[in-house]
Write a protein that binds this ligand. Structure first.
Ligand code: HDL
Ligand code: ZN
Length: 420
């Protein structure tokens, strides 16, 4: 077997990380054949990239336009303002700003002109299917997991009509209203014919289970998911705790799929910014340990939104084999934090975690989000293998390939209990 020298290591690790096909386990992308009553669900192209809600939040800091007025503009005019403020009048040093340019460059577009018209033209005439193939190839992704919400009026008709995503796109059943909007969910469930009531009495729990089983049947999700506020806890005597214990976890166990808890999102801290108005809070993670302990036959994906929660979550993963830590989520998805978290995770978990997901909402974001993260993950791995070599242990190339495949691909598929 080819043994590596210390001087070989950086190049070898970078190559191995670059070549590893990735399964992107959490995105907001849609298969290009998925349509709402108003048109395709997938967002792609220059104006969609520029009006990503991360950049909307950033442009509001340099502009005195009222959000209400801004959201009334055509997308192209919104993109024009963002380009002018965040790229021309101020350097795009933020991760979301730099990312747009990384994706443009990878797609063969020359950003030196700084002419947004030229950049729009470069993407004109390309079909969604072509752009999906180009973007996934450039990002070197083999599978993409979507976020699929049966409460979303735009998406529900596709599934109810028997629609199926194209190969390579997989569903994740997203059920936030059941755990953080129960009072609004009840009339909707009733309207769909499920005999539930606000107190979860009578047949309600069985009916919520029926609702979940029917959507598992329709979507064939790889996992079920929820985003939880920082103050969520379990058990807390509310209906949400009963929905979790009596409905969600039993259905996940019967369906053989993990439950993903994305913890710490504070919705609409500034409602005027709409999707861009969410923030974060530090959570008390004791309930994560309790769930992992009390439900040993359930598997849990967990990611947290507060930097201060990261270390605590990693330690919990050391205690529970049914807890899989994943991703640098949302406000964590910045180089300084990705590097810090990846080092901490490797030092406490070895390779038994999933370092990243893209959370891409716009197709071409997978190009920059993964290019940026692969570079950081490779840099951290070089250091850790060099530390290993200092003990006299010489990692073989095939072992590094195995480790990187675990981190970027196989750990996910083992946790969902399926072969891709
Ligand atoms: O709840 C989530 O899945 C978050 O990722 C939100 O969608 C958030 O708006 C986001 O896009 N973060 O990247
Ligand atoms: Zn997300």
């Amino acid at each position: 077997m080819a043994q590596l020298t210390l001087s070989d290591l950086p190049r070898a690790v970078r190559e191995i990380v670059e070549r590893q096909p990735i399964t992107d386990m959490h995105t907001h992308l849609y298969s290009p054949n998925m349509r709402s009553p108003h048109g395709p669900l997938l967002l792609w192209g220059a104006d969609a990239l520029l009006t990503y809600h991360y950049l909307v939040a950033e442009v509001m800091r340099w502009s005195d336009v009222e959000p209400e007025e801004f959201f009334g503009w055509p997308v192209q005019r919104q993109a024009d303002l963002i380009w002018q403020k965040l790229f021309i009048e101020h350097s795009p040093l933020s991760e979301a700003g730099r990312g747009v340019l990384t994706s443009f460059k990878a797609l063969g577009m020359d950003v030196r002109s700084r002419d947004l018209g030229d950049l729009r033209t470069a993407l004109a005439g390309v079909s969604a299917e072509q752009q999906v193939a180009r973007s996934l190839q450039l990002a070197h992704l083999d599978h993409v997991v979507m976020t699929n919400d049966p409460f979303d009026d735009a998406e529900r008709p596709f599934w109810l009509s028997g629609g199926r995503p194209q190969a390579g796109f997989h569903a994740a059943l997203r059920i936030d209203p059941l755990l953080r909007g129960w009072s609004e969910a009840v009339p909707r469930l009733q309207g769909w014919g499920y005999r539930v009531d606000g107190a979860l009495s009578g047949a309600s729990a069985a009916e919520v289970q029926r609702f979940l089983h029917e959507w598992v049947e329709r979507m064939a999700p790889l996992y079920m998911a929820v985003s939880l506020p920082p103050d969520f806890t379990y058990p807390d005597g509310t209906v949400a705790s009963r929905v979790l214990a009596e409905c969600i976890l039993p259905v996940c166990r019967e369906a053989g799929i993990p439950f993903a808890m994305m913890i710490g999102s504070e919705r609409l801290v500034n409602p005027a910014l709409r999707t861009a108005g969410d923030a974060l809070g530090r959570a008390a993670l004791g309930y994560v340990a309790r769930l992992a302990r009390e439900y040993p036959h359930n598997r849990f994906f967990v990611t947290v939104l507060s930097r201060e929660n990261q270390h605590e979550l990693i330690v919990l993963a050391r205690k529970f084999r049914n807890l899989m830590v994943f991703g640098c989520w949302w406000f964590m998805n910045n180089p300084v934090i990705i590097e810090d978290m990846t080092r901490m995770r490797l030092e406490l978990l070895g390779t038994s975690f999933i370092p990243q997901h893209s959370d891409a909402r716009v197709l071409e974001q997978v190009i920059y989000k993964w290019a940026h993260s692969r570079a950081i993950i490779a840099r951290v791995l070089v250091d850790k293998y060099a530390d290993l070599m200092a003990t006299g242990w010489v990692p073989e190339r095939a072992e590094i390939e195995r480790d990187v495949a675990d981190l970027l691909h196989d750990n996910f598929w083992r946790c969902v209990g399926k072969q891709p």
